[in-house]
Design a protein around this ligand. Sequence first.
Ligand code: A8S
Length: 168
Amino acid sequence: DVERARLLHQHGLGESQCTSALVKHINASLDIVWSLVRRFDEPQRYKPFVKRCVMREGGLEVGSIREIEVASGLPATSSVEQLERLDDNEHIIGFCKLNGDHRLPNYSSILTLHEDEIDERPGTTVVESFVVDVPDGNTEEETCCFVEQLIKCNLRSLANICEQLPHQ
Ligand code: A8S
């Protein structure tokens, strides 16, 4: 399964791009976690920096486009994002940023879920990886750190929500 995750999160890397992956264990069943992350039309369900989301095209089919309004305090106000992949059997969702007023050009990410069990309690490992251009005026490390912090917040929030939901 580790090898499978590795393959799923391999990104082709162009010049002056950076990539990284984050892993988070959640004490909730895969079905619960998947029901939240698959909703491309409702990222505000768990992403704390998304103030509002409006669909520009489609819904949950590949090619759908959403526009998010970013919460204040970040160096961005909006982001237009396209669903690139949604696989309900393999539990894979991927999207890319088309444009918007932000500093992450050509951002593309993939999130996958992997069933795991600790002490016979259902659990889920989330792996999220990304690739993004390093914008003029920033270093590769700055860009990578910035994105990693945002994803960490998202995954922490996702875990909190899933672990508090009534289930099973
Ligand atoms: C995601 C991941 C990221 C979102 C970034 C990295 C962003 O939406 C936010 C702040 C910014 O400054 C950039 O899964 C941008 O959404 C929260 C607007 C792109």
